[in-house]
Design a protein around this ligand. Sequence first.
Ligand code: AMP
Ligand code: ZN
Length: 497
Amino acid sequence: MTAPLRLFNSLTRELETFEPVHPHEARVYSCGPTVYNYPHIGNMRAYVFADVLGRTLSWKGYALTHVINITDVGHLTDDADAGEDKLERAAAANRQSIWDIAEHYKQAYWADVRALNIRQPAQWTVATDYVPQMIAFAEGIADQHCYRLEGGLYFDVSTVADYGRLARAATDASELGGDSRIDPVEGKRNAADFAIWRTTPAGETRQMEWDSPWGRGAPGWHLECSVMSGAVLGFPFDIHTGGIDHREIHHPNEIAQNQAHCCTNGLDVATNSGAKIWMHNNFLIDRTGKMSKSSGEFLRLQLLIDKGYHPLAYRLMCLQAHYRSELEFSWEGLQAALVRLKRMVMAVEQLMARADIEVPVAGPTEQATHDAIGSLFLPFLARFDEAVAEDLNTAVALTVLDEVLALKKADAGEKLRFVATADAVLGLGLLTLARADLRLRPKSAGIGELDIDAALARRQAARADKDFATSDAIRDDLAAQGVEVMDGDPLGWEWKL
Ligand code: AMP
Ligand code: ZN
């Protein structure tokens, strides 16, 4: 018996058993990055979460279609419609074309995706590729749900039932959006009304603009996600994900548009919102202030790598917390995750020296593992399953994996089979990572790995000859270059910087 998958739906604020819209399928849309700057590691937590969700669905046997969008137009400096377009601003500041900015940061984001072992989604949807569909969507709802102001076409949130339920906001539309972050726009009927098309002001031009029935301009950010998710996955689809900040404005606005588009009303029928389940990861918190993209040394994945931390140590750090809990970043925490990852990789290396198993490229499913693995491992598989099936409790799943790795007198091949199935969900690359891969040389280090290894070999030879003066001299020489020699380290690190 496998455990039914239960997921926390932000719309109902309850755990719900996953029942796919289309039998045996899972269709998931994740709000992707706005490519005006490098993603910080907090942003990447959102995609590690979406990846674990997708991996879990695949592991449970559902045929997954995952879509992540790339926002290259329309996201303003304020989520609720005020300020400038983030990409227009970055382009002006760097005196570059928006298209170049978007391409550069999209590539940087994709590099982080690969480094974190996040699986490629079935499709990356790029907002600027969908503008005609966005215009058609807006035309379809304009008469009944929108009105025009100088700034463009606005959505009237009082025309749909239950607006803001996702955010648990007040239900009286006239009170909604009384948030200080929302700039008052003259003529808005309700404070929470938002632009679905932003008309370029007379006498101005934008780098990115298109003709529309509401004048030349650009789509609103909320419209983009409604259109791309519906166009690729079809309404209703199964799961929509994003960071918890999106629960307050972006997703309530998407839901309102979806209701208007699908000609549905109240949210008591879950499918009326476009997606049945809305899931949100909590934030990575950083008290050093370096996660702000405007600060000089900001917390992006490359900074961690430059300091000598393998990116998968960050992935493990994320998995050690529940996705709905805040996670505080610290270098000590990252170091602890790196050490834990190293212990796992060493244990798996030892197993691989003793046994060989064939692993399907897509990773084994739960069912295939259940049918193939020895009975000693079935209780562990059941506990691993219960953990991930209960709203993706990766922290508990990791402890089950640790227990299996620590089992004495168990068959190496069977253990590897368990590792393969666990890693299909966790995505730590345990079957391909080598211990040496985890030892990254910090960028600031003046000496290369080959030189360190050569010096250590000379020291080894001197010690074998009982030439302790030479051995000590080599050690001191390395210390002067910032390398600490670690004799007898239980984890087998020979040196550290
Ligand atoms: P953005 O590129 O600003 O649209 O954000 C990309 C994703 O990162 C969104 O899903 C956000 O909700 C999410 N996000 C932003 N900041 C954090 C954070 N500190 N921790 C976790 N997720 C975040
Ligand atoms: Zn979105």
